[in-house]
Design a binder for this molecule. Sequence first.
Ligand code: C2E
Ligand code: MG
Ligand code: MG
Length: 865
Amino acid sequence: MIKLPSSIYNSTKLVFIVMISLVLVFILNNVWQFISHIDELSFSKDSSLVTSDFSYTIDRDNSLDIKTLIKNKESKALFIPSLANDIPYELGHQSYWVKININNNTANIQSVVLHADNSRLAFFDVYKVNAILESTTQIAQQKPTPEQETLLDVFPHVAFDLLEKSTVQVIAHIKSNGPPNIPLILYSKENFDKRTDYVQMTFGIFIGIMLLMAAYNFVLFFATKDKVYLVYIGYLLSAFIVIAGVTGYGYLIFSKQIQYIIHEYSLFLDYFMIFFLLLFSLYFLRYDQIKGKFYRVGLTSCLLLILVAFYSLTLDQIAQTKLFFSIQPIFILYALFIIFRRLSKDFAWARFYFISWLPFLAGAAIQPLVLLNYVDSTFITRNAFLFAVMIEITFMAFALAERMRRNEQDRIHDISYHDFTKLPRKSMLENAMNEMKNSGENDFCVLIIKPEHIEQISLYIDDKANAALFKRLSRRLSSLFIHNDAIVELSSNHEKICFLENNCLAIIVNHEKNQQDLPILIKSIQQLISETFQIDDLKLPLSAVIGVANHPEHGSANYLLINHALLAVNDAQLVYGRWAYYQSEKSDHTSYLLKLATDLKAAIEHNTLAIYHQPQIDLKTLRVCSSECLIRWDHHREGFISPDIFIPLAEDLGLINQLTLWVIKRSLAQHQQILVNNNHMVSINISGKDIAHEHFFTNALSIIEESGIAAEKIILELTESASISHNQQSLELIQKLGDLGFTISIDDFGTGYSSMAQISHLPFQELKVDRQFVENVNDDHKRKTIAEATVKMAKGLGLEVVAEGINSQEDEDTLRSFGCDIGQGYYYAKPMPIDDYLDWLASQNNGRTQKRIDLDGEFIPADKI
Ligand code: C2E
Ligand code: MG
Ligand code: MG
C-alpha cells in the first residue's frame, strides 16, 4: 500500500475543509437573502400599488363597540395616527381598535389580505366602514377547507378586494391572549400565500433538523449509554414544543386541542427548556463526573426550576410571564458561568458548546423584545428564537461529536498511558513494533531497562514516589534519546520510552539507523541512570540492568520479544556489565522447569515421592538419636532429581505447602515404624514459604496429632534465612511451635547473613552448622575457625549443635572437640529408604554405631520423652 506523507495528507484535508466551508457559506448566504426577502412581500414595503395609513385606540376596559366608534364623534376622535409598527401594544387585558385606510392606487381590482401576526389572539374582528352611511360590515374570516382553517390559526387574517383606484377604511378590533404585540400586515393575496408557504417550509426544515438530531442522538445514547444524549433530546423536544407554541406553527402539525394546551402552558414549558439546557451543560461539561459543588448547585437549580414551574401554574398569565422573565436570567447566567469555568480550563473541549450559546442568547433576547414590542417585528426577528435554536442545536451536535471524539481520545489515552508515571504503556510499544514490521523495518531490538533492586526499593516507597522516580528516569533518558533517530518514537508526541508494569522501562532500537554499537548505547544509558537519584529525602545510587531481545532472531511476536527481553534482564543481573541478550537455551530451560512442576504436582498427588532417612548421631554416646527425613523424587523419565532443584521450584510455583504436608505425613508414618524398636527422634525440613501460611500450620498440627507422635519427638528444620527474615507473625508461630514441645532447628547455619547475635533472641533450640564448614574441617584453617567459633557460640547460647556433612573420623573428632552434640553425614550413612534404614538401625550395636564404642555420656533423645 502506498502511504501518503502526512504533510500532503494534511494539506489535502485543509483544501477539503475550505471548499466545504465555502459551499456552506454560499448556501447560508442565499438562505439569508431569501429570508430577508420575505418581509418585502408585504404592501407596507411597496407603497406604489397599495398604500395604507394606520390609527389606533386602546380600549382599556373593553367598553367600546364598533357602532359607537363610527357614529360617535368623540369616539372617532380617539384614534391616534401611527405607523403600522408603532402601535404601543402592552401586556394587559385591554383590546385595541386599529383603523386602516387602504388606497388602491392601481387601475385593477386588488385582492388583499390583512394579516395579524400573532397566533394567540383572543379575537380579530375586521369591519369595512361605509363612511357615508356610518355603517360597517364585518369581513368574515372564510373557512372553506380544514387546511385553510389551520392557516387561520397560525396566521389570523382576513381577505377582501379593493376596487380600482379606491380607498377602503377598515377597523380591526384585536386582543391578544399571549404576547401583546400584534403586527398588522397588508399583503396581496398572492404574496400572502407565498409567505405562508415560506413559513411552512422554514418550520418543516426546523422539524427535519430536530428529528434528525433526536434520532441520531438516540442511537448515540444506545451506543454509549451516556445520559448527555438523552438530556440533549429532552432539550430538543422542549425547544421544539416551546417554538411551536411561540410561533403558532404548532397548528401546522398538532391538533387544535394540543396547540391550545401548548399555548395555555407555554411558560410552564419554557421552564423545562431552561431545565434541560442547564442539565445539558452539567452533563456535557462532565460536572456529573466530578460531582463537586458546582454540580450540586446545578442539580438543585434544576429541581428549583421544576418547582417554580409548577408554582407558576397557580398564577395568571401576566404574573407567570413576569416571574419567568425575571428568574430565567439567573439560570442562564449559572449555565454560562459553568461553561466559562470549563472554557478557561480547556478551551478546545468546550468551544463548540460555547459557540452554540451565542445564537441561543441572541435569539432568546430578541424574541421577547419583539413580542413585547421593543424591537421591530420582521420575519427574522419574529422567528429569531426558532433560527437561534436551529443554529444552536446544530452547534450542540458538533459539540457532542467533539465531546465523543475527546472521550474516545481520553479512553485511548487511558489505555495507552500508565496512570501514575504518565508514560506510554506496553500497548504503544507493541503498536510501534507493528508499524515497523508493516513498513518492512525488521532489524530492531527491544531493550528493557530495569533499575536494580527496584522491587525492594518500591517496598519502601508509595506509588507516587515510585512514579516520580520513573518519571525522572524517563526524563533523563529522553534527553539522551531525543536526537537519536535509532530510538523509535512510540507516539505522535515523540515519546520513546514505555513503562512496563513490573517497574521496567522499554525502548525499541532500530538497528538500521543506529550509528553507534549497541553496547555503547547501553553503557550511556547505564551511566545516566547510575547518577544518584533522589526519592524524597533519600539519595539512592541507582544502577540499571538491561536485557535485549532482537527481532526477528529472538522472536517475531511482540509479546515474545518483550518477554524475552525481560528474561534477559534476569540473566543480566548475574553478568559483568549488567546487560545481556536473550538466550534461547534458557527459555528451553524455563519450559523444562514448568513441565517438571506439573510432574511434581502429579507426583505429590499420586504418592510417587519417597522419604529417605539419614541418621543423626549423638557424638557423646555415638548412639543414633534421630534421622533427618529427606525427600526423593525418582522421575519416570529423568531419574532421580535433586531436591535442590525441585524444592525451589515448588516454592516458586506455590506447591510447597502441599509438598511439606505430604512429607510430614509420610515421615511420621515411617517414624512410627522406627519407634517400635528405637528411642529416636525425627527431623523434618520446613520451607520458609511454609511458615508464612497460618493455615499450613493448622493442617500440619492436625496431621501430627493424627500420627500420635509427641511433639517432643519432632525436630522442625528451618533454613537460616527463612527463620530470620520473617515477620513478627511468623516468629510468633515459631514460638508457638516451641511452646507446643517441638524442637526448632536452624538449618544450614553460616550460609545466610545472620549473626549469632541476631538469632540469640529467636525461639530456637538447635543449630545445624552447614556442611561447607564441616566437611574435611581439618583441611582448611579458615573453615576450622568458623566451625569452632560457630559451635562454641551456639553452645554458649545454650543451643544444641548439629554438624552436617561429617565425612570422616577426623571431622567427627574435631567437631566433638569444639563441643558439637550431634553429627550427620556420609561417614555414618547416606540417606536411605525406610526399610534400609530400619535394617541399618537394627545392625547397630544397641542403637550405637559400631565405629566407636569407647565413648559414653548423655543420650540426647532420652530426655525428650
Ligand atoms: P539439608 O536440609 O541441609 O539436608 C542435608 C543435605 O545434605 C541432604 O541433601 C543430604 O543428603 C546432604 N548430606 C548429608 N550428609 C552429607 C555429606 O556428608 N556430604 C554431602 N556432600 N552431603 C551430605 P539432599 O537430600 O540433596 O537435600 C538437599 C536439601 O534439600 C536439603 O538440605 C533441604 O534443604 C532440602 N530438602 C530435602 N528434603 C526436603 C523436604 O522434605 N522438605 C524441604 N522443605 N526441603 C527438603
Ligand atoms: Mg535439613
Ligand atoms: Mg542443611
